[in-house]
Every structure is written in C-alpha cells, then in structure tokens.
Design a protein around this ligand. Sequence first.
Ligand SMILES: [Zn+2]
Length: 306
Amino acid sequence: MPYCFDIGGTNIRFGMPEGNGDVPVIHSVPTPTHSLAQFVEAISGLIEHEGRGRHNSIAISLTGVVHPETNKVRVANIPAIDGVDIAHELTKKTGLPAVVANDADCLALAEARVGIAKDANNVFAIVLGTGVGGGLVLDGNLVVGRNGATGEWGHGPVVDPTANGIVASIGQFKCGCGQVGCLDTVGGARGLERIHRSLHSDNLASEQIVSMWLDGDINANKTIVVWSEMLAGPLAMIVNLLGPDVVPVGGGLSNASELIALLDEKVRKRCLFPADQPLVLPAKFAKNAGLVGAAQLDVPSIKGVA
Ligand SMILES: [Zn+2]
C-alpha cells in the first residue's frame, strides 16, 4: 500500500490507507510552491515522520495534469513542480516507486472503486470546486487518454450566456485556459459568484449565495437557476456520450446536496433516455477523494517509475 498525498496550491495533505478504502488525513503542511528541493523534502519528511518501511510506494493526487508519456506534470499554481517528472524526483529521493494523477481522476477512481459508484461500469465524476473538472473510469479503470486531459469538460467554449433563454446575455468570460465561454468560468464556486455578480451587481461568496437560495431569496434563486441551466445541457450531452451509471460530484459545491439534486433533475430531463433514479449525486469522498483515489492507483504499471 502507498503513502498517499493530496497536493493543492495551498497544502500538501498526507494519509495512509485503511482496510475499508478510506484514507483519512494524518498531516497537512504548506505546499512549497517555488522550490523543487523543498517540495521533495516536504514529501519525504512526512514519510520519515510517519516511519519508513510501513508502506512500499508513494501515490499522489495533484491539482494538475500528468502527461502519460513523459510523466511530467502541468500545474500552474505550483511553479516548483510545473514541467517536472515529480514521481521520478520522489523516487530518487526516497527509493520508493511513485505515481502521480490528476485530482479529478482520483475522485473518479475513488468513487468507482470504494465510493457511491462501487461496482459500476462507467463512471464520469465531476468536480465543482473553485472551477470545473472531471474524470472518467470505464470498466473499473481510469481513462487517462492523450495528454492526460481526459474528462476535462470544464474547458471548451460552450456556455450559453442566456442560460437557455431565461435571462438576457450575461456575457461570456475569459478562462484561464485562454478560451472564452468555458464551463470552468461559470460552473464552480467562482463561477457561481460571477453569475450572481453579473445578474445582481452583488459580490457574495458562493456559500452565501447557496445559503440564501435555500432560505428562499429571489435573487439567489435566479443565480442558481442560471447556474444549473448552464451546466445541465453540456452535462446531459456527456451522459449521452459516455453512458455513466452514476455521476459523482466532488468539490466544495457538492456540500450542498440540494444544489446537486437540482442539477441532477435538470440533467436527467435533458438526457436522451432519462434515468428514473438519481444520476448526479454527491460523492462519498468529496472531502478526501484525492487521497482515497491515489491509494487506488496502480503504482508498478505506471510508465516512467524507477
Ligand atoms: Zn477553459
């Protein structure tokens, strides 16, 4: 079993797998964002602290994309490791084989193996966090695909700025990927805030907007309806394309089950063959999916690991 790490732009979280598949967080340390040496030291330090010899590999979930051939990671908010084969660097330092995967891919794997999609054939997991991500598991196996970007439904210019004609255009927003009109700009927490600001000229945090919606606030309701309309069409098309048995949802917005239930209802209405059971559901491991999914990665089979 591996030492598991979940690496974000702010913190590195560390955990060790339990028998039931869960991987509780044991430690959390700040992410060294500008020094590769310090980054490698932080990981190896956590392993030393916990005791070498307890596990025989390292598995990492990362807020970035891993190239399937070069094994180099692309992670814009951690320059220390951007463009680096970090698995190789960690193996050099610790002598342990290491594997690295995208965090949304880890969510998909976690839910497909030990979460709400356990035993399902097709699982398309989505992340509604700061932005929008996704990962695909087919027949129990993670689909990495060309360039390691499979499941990234948050990018591509598809947002309908009228939300299916229910509002005048709120415009389209420039995405960090360089395109305009990506779901990533409207579908996550920052997107929800952006929609609310566009509709009501009001700067509120996503948690406040959701809370006000649950309390029956009219403006917040309009924001949530627009948000759900913008996401539901593209997600229904993906359901038609992939035929997932379940679409687990991770990320901060999945904390509001009512929000995910609304999205589920709208997605199912737009599917070619609407499911009569809920399809889009909060993930079981919404909070530590990175660690749980990392523990499910197959270390020896990963190319480029010493
Ligand atoms: Zn984009």
